[in-house]
Each structure stands twice: as structure tokens, then as C-alpha cells.
Design a protein around this ligand. Structure first.
Ligand code: M1P
Length: 320
């Protein structure tokens, strides 16, 4: 008895469990095919923006032929009460053969100087996936700017401002045998793109982002730098695992990487992230910043739209 009391005295007080940085919404997934006003296979990989105080998602929708289009969903609080458009907002156009197999994975950026949103999306066809651009002011009418970067290229988003009179775009070309990394290109007019530079490389060896990487949500301006969310892929003997990580780019020169997380920020854990059309995937195309809270709209297993939140300060804290 005396020995047990002595042991109890020596026992150190337990540390309080550390709060998770990423908090998944308890109602996840927040949107599924069942919420769609017309028959679809899956809804996933949504771009996000705050428009007139509402959250607007431009959701990738895969129909029952396997081809994707984009549909608008709006919510007053960004969490529930979603109003889904009755028909596709941006669907493959016969005038754009590069979209013949689908319009996929949009990223939205408000272009302050142009007074419109830019949508960078994957146009998919027998020619291969490429980066295409469109603009909109009201999410009802869209102006296509056409292919910006040739195949194979995906996972693109613009910065919201010009740098020395040029627009900058991050994107992910795939090079046969040399990997898939994040590059930056410049344009005077959103149509002609050049001065391509490598920004962030996939790691190698056992790392979570060794298989390939790609930009997730568009760059988010903070007082520490451009916050970058990117996906990393690890190829395993039972398939790929898609996880999300962070990097910080210099505000004045976004080709300079200031910091990058060693560990992934979050990866597939919940059932709706583990199981679906493509299991073990968390894939994010959009986030919003509301009162220092970052809201990540991501897809689980290529089959739904989910929400997770994080304090901006906590995310930046990972990049010190
Ligand atoms: O299945 C996971 C994702 O795979 C592709 O992403 P990436 O080319 O960046 O590896 C895309 O098909 C994407 O839509 C999909 O969610």
C-alpha cells in the first residue's frame, strides 16, 4: 500500500491533449450527390469564394457518363443551407475541343485590378489534361480565355494581384520521368504565359509528398507571406494516398519558398475520406478566410464536399 502511494506521488501530471489544428465539421460531408437537383454520380473538388457576404462554391460534378462539369452552390453561412444551381454553370463546350472529356477541379481568385473572378480549371480531352482559364463577375455568365498551359498540366490558381504589371499563376506540369512539381508562370494579359520557374518540388523517398505534388487552394495573402496549401501523393502497394500540406512563399517574390511543413497537415482518416470512388483521398480546391478562421472546402475520396476549419495563426505557426 505504502509503495503504491509513493508511486502515485512520483507520477507526473498528465499533459492536456493538444488541440487539433484542423477541425472537421461534425456534419461532414456537407454536400453529396443526394443534394443535387438533377441526377449525378459524385460532387467534389469545389472552388470557394465569399461573394456579397455569401459563400459560393463552384463544385465539380461528375455525371453518369464520367464527364465533369461545374455547378454553383451558395450558402449564407458557408456551412449549411446550400442552394445548388438547377443546371451546370460551366459545362464542356463544343467550341472548346480541349474540354471534350470534362471541366474539372476549378480554383477561384478575385482579381482586384480586373474586377472579376478568374477560374483556373482542368480542361480534359483526348489531347490530355491542360490548364484553362475563364472569368466571371456574377457566376451566371462566364468568359473563356482558352487554354493557358498545354498538357499535361493541372492544379493551377492565380495570385489576386499583379507583380510589376504581370499576373502570376501557380500550376503543376507533369514531366515524363522527372516528376510532378509546382511551377510559377507570368502573363501580361492572362492569355500569354511564360517565364516559367520551378517553385516547390515533390520530395523523394518515404515522404508523404514524394510521389507528386500539386497546388490545392489558391494562394492566401497573409502578413507572413503567401500561404500555400498543396496536396502530396504517396504511392503505396495498395494505391495512392492524397494528403494536404502547407508552404509559405515570399510576399514580394513568390518564387521564394520561406517555409514548408515536414509533416502533412491532414490526410484521409474519416470513413468519408477513406471510402468512395477514389479511396484515401483528401483533395482541396478552395478555402475562405472569415475572422481569422480558414475554412477548407475539400473532397473526401473524390465523392463529396467536406468542410474543415483552422485558425490562420495556427497554420502560420506550423511554418515558423
Ligand atoms: O483522385 C485524386 C485526384 O487525382 C487527380 O489529381 P492530381 O492530378 O493532382 O494528382 C485529379 O484527377 C483530381 O481530380 C482527383 O481528385
Amino acid at each position: 500500500m505504502a509503495k503504491r502511494i509513493a508511486n502515485a506521488r512520483r507520477a507526473k501530471p498528465r499533459r492536456a491533449a493538444r488541440k487539433p489544428i484542423i477541425v472537421r465539421h461534425e456534419g461532414n460531408p456537407i454536400l453529396t450527390a443526394a443534394d443535387w437537383p438533377y441526377p449525378v454520380n459524385t460532387v467534389f473538388n469545389a472552388a470557394a469564394a465569399i461573394v456579397d457576404g455569401e459563400t459560393v462554391l463552384l463544385v465539380r460534378v461528375e455525371d453518369h457518363s464520367g464527364v465533369s462539369h461545374l455547378t454553383v452552390a451558395r450558402s449564407a453561412d458557408g456551412v449549411g443551407g446550400w442552394r445548388v444551381g438547377p443546371r451546370p454553370a460551366l459545362a464542356p463546350s463544343p467550341a472548346h475541343p480541349e474540354e471534350a472529356w470534362g471541366v474539372e477541379d476549378p480554383r477561384l481568385t478575385w482579381l482586384e485590378e480586373a474586377g472579376c473572378f478568374a477560374i483556373a480549371y482542368t480542361a480534359y480531352s483526348h489531347r490530355g489534361p491542360l490548364v484553362a482559364l475563364a472569368t466571371t463577375r456574377d457566376f451566371k455568365t462566364f468568359k473563356r480565355l482558352g487554354p493557358a498551359l498545354p498538357p499535361e498540366n493541372k492544379d493551377a490558381a492565380l495570385f489576386p494581384t499583379t507583380f510589376g504589371g504581370e499576373w502570376l499563376m501557380l500550376h503543376r506540369p507533369v514531366t515524363g520521368g522527372f516528376g510532378a512539381h509546382i511551377w510559377l508562370s507570368r502573363s501580361p494579359d492572362l492569355v500569354h504565359w511564360g517565364e516559367h520557374e520551378l517553385v516547390l518540388q515533390a520530395r523523394s523517398g518515404p515522404y508523404w509528398d514524394a510521389g507528386k505534388i500539386g497546388l490545392s487552394a489558391p494562394p492566401l495573402r497573409t502578413n507572413k507571406g503567401w500561404l500555400i496549401l498543396y496536396h502530396g501523393v504517396r504511392n503505396t502497394c495498395s494505391g495512392a494516398i492524397y494528403r494536404q500540406g502547407l508552404a509559405l512563399l515570399d510576399l514580394a517574390d513568390p518564387t521564394k519558398v520561406l517555409a514548408r511543413t515536414g509533416d502533412w497537415l491532414f490526410g484521409p482518416e474519416a470513413g468519408y475520406e477513406r471510402v468512395g470512388d477514389v479511396g484515401n483521398v483528401v483533395f482541396c480546391c478552395g478555402w475562405t478566410l472569415v475572422d481569422k478562421e480558414v475554412r477548407l472546402y475539400y473532397a473526401g475520396a473524390d465523392s463529396n464536399v467536406c468542410l474543415a476549419t483552422a485558425r490562420l495563426g495556427d497554420l502560420l505557426g506550423l511554418l515558423r
